[in-house]
Ligand binder design. Structure first.
Ligand code: NOJ
Ligand code: MG
Length: 598
């Protein structure tokens, strides 16, 4: 039976989908409730048949993204680059790599995005440049003013006349020393990542000036946000002190061999964020169009250091706690309902008052969500994260539940993995999460007309693809899309949040706002069925209605269940609402189409 509450929400879902409802959400800025869709440009969509994704390919899919409900896209680096680290080794911040297209293609992309109401966010890599960058070449040749653009050190001369690096600092890409000797300059330069990615010297004011120019350049081209890459690693100890051993039983060339007290999380990184924030604020004041340009920070560190970025002016410091905590990654065996509740509550507790929370479940550096937790938990995480307050980040392909692709040692090019060797490379390689987007079951999964593509297509594409999920009655994609529509309701944007663990296996959370149909997400983490009471959500009516259910569930839209006793099958994920909502009064005119009281 489809009762009035679910019908009303269905009307809301439809109305929003059809663009009929102009949502006005208090004082909130566009970015405070947005969903950020991360695009890996190399494998998203190839428009010219060379087997490599490109900007025109992205433009051709903007309408689809809009249909999914996406209002913000973050595109990983497409700047000029020798591609040692898939474009995170930039050789010109202001130019587009010809592999991806031209500046004109980029302008077209931004213009089309604007028409569709989509904001574009770029990846900015301030910490290092490619050694092919003009700045590095001039710096290596000691040409002013570039001489001190990078972190140079002559090293230490032993009594017997041999020279060695100034200290024991290690490369994060596991290649041993982070210092590389330059014959030309007769000095070492510091590279946290690959040796062809040299760290800029942020103790040089000129370098900071350069970063502001880069930021302004892209904002002027219509970009609304920048993701600041590798924030914990921008500054290093000015005294070049040795780092202590971590005590881990691993080879001495691996990054985790040391405790990074002198090369990670330095307070100067935060001060730099403050400088950039002032720059953004000035830009916003000048633009004077009521639309804030914003800054994301990428920092794999602990909750204190992640949330500290808020205090220094980052709009969105990525919250990676659903992926990893202090370097320990989560999977189905190590995560739990209590763990999920804890992540949510702790982030909200650590976040400064009035700040915007955010939730990340996957990206281009970590195993795919479906692979980490199992395909049966895809809808679960999508429902939870999409219906939490604030910003959610989705890595392209996670909305259809793409899985990691097996890439053999011989095929592996990721420098982080290559330095580890054939036995353990798979624990480090990021290529399995970067394979082409699976659009349909045609050649190369509809990614390219070319049968040879940049990274091989996952063999499961014939059944696991967007077209199949659009055609199916129930699918991860359809659930994602429907949850996106619920996410656009006022209750999901502004409603109060309550999280609860019931028994050992069930996590539940509600979103409630006076005058609006409430939302209740319930998941069963275990493989076995469990019967629970949701009576702790006492504002909900005795009878609850099903709005969304995971793909394996027997429940369907409009089914009613009892609040005091509900049986959830293994790995169930449901979104429910009250069936009796007459006690709410509708005061928000912007939701007029949602009202259904004759
Ligand atoms: C973080 C990026 O996410 C990663 O992909 C890259 O290798 C490093 N920064 C270096 O830029
Ligand atoms: Mg191409």
């Amino acid at each position: 039976m489809v009762t009035s509450a679910s019908r009303r929400l269905a009307v809301a879902i439809f109305a929003i989908a059809a663009g009929l409802v102009l949502q006005v959400h208090g004082e909130k800025q566009w970015w405070q409730t947005t969903t950020v869709y991360q695009i890996w440009p190399r494998s998203f969509k190839d428009s010219d048949g060379d087997g490599i994704g490109d900007l025109n390919g992205i433009t051709s899919k903007l309408e689809h993204l809009n249909d999914m409900g996406i209002e913000t896209i973050w595109i990983s680096p497409f700047f000029k680059s020798p591609l040692v680290d898939s474009g995170y080794d930039v050789s010109d911040y202001l130019a587009i790599d010809p592999m991806y297209g031209t500046l004109e293609d980029f302008d077209n992309l931004v213009a089309r995005a604007k028409e569709l109401g989509i904001k574009v966010v770029l990846d900015y890599v301030p910490n290092h440049t490619s050694t092919e960058h003009e700045w590095f070449k001039l710096s290596e040749a000691s040409v002013a003013p570039y001489t001190d653009y990078y972190v140079w050190h002559e090293g230490i001369l032993d009594e017997n006349g041999t020279r060695r690096p100034p200290n024991n600092w290690l490369s994060l890409f596991n290649s041993g020393s982070a210092w590389e000797w330059s014959d030309k300059r007769q000095a070492y330069y510091y590279h946290l990542f690959e040796k062809r990615m040299a760290d800029l010297n942020f103790r040089n004011e000129l370098v900071i000036q350069e970063t502001k120019k880069v930021i302004t350049y892209w904002l002027d081209r219509g970009v609304f946000g920048l993701r600041m890459d590798a924030m914990p690693h921008i500054y290093e100890d000015a005294e070049f002190r040795d780092e202590p051993l971590s005590g881990r039983d691993i080879p001495a060339n691996e990054y985790m061999y040391l405790n990074h007290i002198y090369t990670k999380d330095l307070i100067e990184n935060y001060e730099l964020i403050r400088i950039w924030r002032d720059h953004f604020d000035e830009y916003n004041a000048k633009a004077n169009d009521g639309l804030e340009r914003i800054m994301f920070t990428e920092a794999f560190t602990d909750i204190y250091m992640m949330t500290l970025y808020y205090h220094y002016g980052a709009h969105i410091p990525f919250n990676f706690l659903f992926i990893t905590n202090n370097g320990i990654g989560y999977n189905a065996a190590t995560q739990s309902p209590a763990g999920i509740k804890n992540i949510i509550d702790e982030w909200l507790r650590h976040m400064p008052e009035g700040a915007t929370p955010n939730w990340v479940i996957g990206n281009h550096d970590r195993a795919r969500m479906a692979t980490r937790f199992g395909s049966e938990k895809i809808d679960m995480f999508n429902f939870i994260l999409l219906l939490l307050p604030g910003v959610m980040t989705v890595y392209n392909g996670d909305e259809i539940g793409m899985t990691n692709t097996y890439i053999s040692w011989e095929e592996t090019r990721d420098p982080e993995a290559c330095n580890i060797g054939p036995d353990r490379y798979h624990a480090f390689s990021r290529e399995p999460v970067r394979t082409p987007f699976q659009w349909d079951d045609s050649t190369s999964a509809g990614f390219s007309t070319n049968t040879t593509v940049y990274l091989k297509v996952n063999e499961n594409y014939r059944t696991l693809n967007l077209a199949a999920q659009k055609a199916a009655d129930k699918s991860h994609y359809k659930n994602f899309q429907a949850a996106m529509r619920l996410r656009n309701t006022t209750v999901a944007k502004d409603g109060a949040l309550k999280t609860l663990v019931i028994g050992e296996d069930v996590f539940a959370m509600s979103r409630e706002l006076d005058g609006h149909d409430p939302l209740l997400v319930v998941i069963n983490w275990s493989k076995s069925p469990v019967t629970v009471s949701l009576d702790d959500f006492s504002n909900f009516s005795e009878k609850l209605e099903v709005l969304l259910s995971d793909v394996n569930s027997d429940f369907k839209f409009g089914d009613t269940v009892s609040r005091s006793s509900i049986t959830l099958q293994g790995n169930a994920a449901l979104v429910l609402t009250s069936s009796d909502i007459t006690r709410f009064h509708y005061s928000d005119a912007s939701e007029a189409p949602v009202q259904h009281h004759p």
